[in-house]
Write a protein that binds this ligand. Sequence first.
Ligand code: LLP
Length: 422
Amino acid sequence: MNHFSYRGGILHAEDVPLDELARAAGTPLYVYSTATLSRHYQVFAGAVPAGSLVAYAAKANDNLAVLKTLAKLGAGADVVSGGELAKALAAGIPASKIVFSGVGKAAEEMRAALEAGIYQFNVESEPELAALDEVARSLNKQAPITLRINPDVDAKTHAKINTGMAETKFGIPFDRARQAYADAARMKNIQIVGVDVHIGSQITDLAPFEAAFQRVGGLIQLLRSDGHAIRRLDLGGGLGVPYENSNTPPPDPAEYGAMVTRVTKDFGCTLSFEPGRLIAANAGILLSRVLYVKHGDAKQFLIIDAGMNDLIRPAMYEAWHEIVPVVEPRPGSARVAYDVVGPVCETADLFASGRNLPELKSGDLVAILSAGAYGAVMASAYNARPPAAEVLVAGGDWSVVRSRLTHEQLIAQDSLPHWLAD
Ligand code: LLP
């Protein structure tokens, strides 16, 4: 459920017509809907056991306005860098609701998180544990930790976002878990609080989640019998979203919540979750204008002003995004099979191949849907293209929440060495 719909023949974000927004704020433009973000957060938070921490995975969309919208609803944050930590704190998410994940936390980042007093570190390796102990000692603090356990479960998602198998860099191997907890218990500035598991992203089947949660449940019993106080269980993120209407939809949060409740009811742990995509993906679109329609020998190309530097998911994961015209097509209007491409000088700059759309012309607007998660955050200035600006809509109101860099600002990011300065 999202708040992008046609009204009077024009696609709207909540009450804002997107043709007017494009004129006012320019394209390419990410447009986020407050009502959709809020709804997704509330549906998820309402589906998981009461008292759980819902730590929004900031990596999905770390715009300060998005983080603050969620902060006001009571969300925590899952961060994976000092930058995300700083943004979450700046958006008003209390440190007591922040978890720090990731395989490569640097000492400086650990220090910042310890000084802020975060909820917990999800530690991913034995060397990281030793490093955290040392940083905590230097600050005379205790670091609350879970160890992220790799359950060796196949989440059956795209290979580049499948993280719960033994071959991936994530987590501590299941068979080494007891030893790693025993090591942690001997460290003076480490405080064991629980266990963490995350098996991947865009997961569309509950079975892999359940298998992983059951495995971790068994481990919790063993760890308690070893004398560790396991009070918390972090179940990660990963619940998929519908990108394509024609596919079977992923399980909804209520089904996921019911499964979690059933599986974990006797674990005796406070739960935390790290949903990212589920909250942000369908709360955002990428609005773009058609530059040219090019008739190739083999194909018709719709060349739009958004490129792979703005939204890399199709190029990187062969991701499918629905593309719709901003002016509602008349029922029964003729369709043309377009390759929808951007201006970047790479064949991979392809949003959709042979996509049936109504006939479009230069100057028309299209919206690439489900682009609110892993869109703007993965943008770059490749080809010296300033990434798309971002707008947040709330009802009939809207505001630019990240402006487009000017060419002068792009140039100002570089500096010349003294031997090249005139
Ligand atoms: N927690 C951890 C430890 C993670 O690594 C991730 C995602 C999440 C939570 C949030 O997962 P979500 O609920 O969003 O599925 N760029 C890729 C997705 C990468 C996901 C990486 N980790 C894409 O565009 O599909």
